[in-house]
Each structure stands twice: as structure tokens, then as C-alpha cells.
Ligand binder design. Sequence first.
Ligand code: DX5
Ligand code: ZN
Length: 216
Amino acid sequence: MEKLIAPSILASDFTRLGNEIEMLNQSDADYIHCDVMDGVFVPNISFGIPVIDQINKIANKPLDVHLMIVDPDRYIKAFKKAGADILTVHYEACTHLHRTVQSIKDEGMRASVCLNPHTPIHLLEDIIQELDMVLLMSVNPGFGGQKFIEHTYHKVSQLRQLIEKRNTNTLIEVDGGVNYETGKKLFEAGANVLVAGSFVFGSENPTETIRNLKNL
Ligand code: DX5
Ligand code: ZN
């Protein structure tokens, strides 16, 4: 199974964002993970549509946009226009999730649903066949640099079983507290895509860290 790495620019140096994107362009990164926070769904505010629009002008990798916002339906078209390739909405933020997923796909983006650490895998049983990706939070969303929640390995295995049973091509992405140790175990448990923020951008040589994560 191919191992994909999605560095999260939340941990990058925003005063030199252009250079950070250039670094990712030259690296083994597969996606560029963009964390959008609204200060309502999560207790933090990050960046939004205009910033993603600018990143899209120079990025040569797919933009993996993680919406930590309430009522994401209001902004699906805007994120498409800004350049999102994969759009992730939270299960906990969507009342009519099936419709939201359909709208994302109708716009030509890949559709992904994120589960908070407390949200069980079985709630995806009647939507998994529609999903290009599932994002499992391995920390409570809102901040980079938090401690990895160990129960996540179990959720990855459960989700892998569901995907096999239903015979879908859904990717499993994991977000929060990823480093060499947790990353290796996540790939072993059946994850396809690892998001890594502080571990990549806090390292001495981010390019090398990305390459090492990919070769775990
Ligand atoms: C957390 C974000 C993550 C975050 C991960 O709310 O969704 O993408 O940037 O950061 P690290 O890798 O530092 O845990
Ligand atoms: Zn994220």
C-alpha cells in the first residue's frame, strides 16, 4: 500500500509562507494539508479562503483542505474556487452529511469526512461508500503540537475492516501528534495518509523528515 504524507502548514513560518510552499513543492510530500479553523467549531482561528487562494497559485501538490468550521456547506464553492482538491468536513459539523458529501463531489473535489477522537467508526457505515477519504483525528482539533491519543490505532484497524468489507477505495488519513514512532504504527494499522505539522516544520531539515516519514 502506498504511503502518503501531508505536511500541515499550520506549523509553518507564516512570515515566509511562499518559501515553505516551495520547500514542499520540492519535497516528497504528497498533499499540502491546510487547517481552516473558525473559532466556533474549534477554540482557535487559523486562516481561510484568501490564504488558500494564494497558496494555490504556487503549490504544485494537491491541496488537502481540512475544514474545522460549522456549517461547511456555505463555503464549498468558495473552497473549490480557492483551489482545494480534497475537501474534508467534520462529521460533528454536518446535519445532512450525505448532501454535503454530494455537493463536494459535484464541485469536482474529492470528498472526505473527519471524525473527532470520541466519534465512533460505525457512524460511517452508511456513508463510507461515498467517501474518497476518511480523516481520523488523533488529537482534539484546534491546535498543533498536541499529544497523540493511543486509541487511534484501534480506530484505524476498525476503519480498515469496514473499508475492506464494503470494498471501497477510501483512503485513511490520520491527523495529530504524528512522528516517526506513531507514524510507523499508524501505517502498520492500515493508514494511507499521515498529516504532520510540528514534527515536520519543527525539525532541522523538514525535507528529510518528510522523506523519512514516507519511508517508515
Ligand atoms: C489540528 C490540525 C492538525 C495539526 C496537526 O487541529 O487539524 O492538522 O496541524 O499538528 P501536529 O502534527 O503538530 O500534531
Ligand atoms: Zn488538520
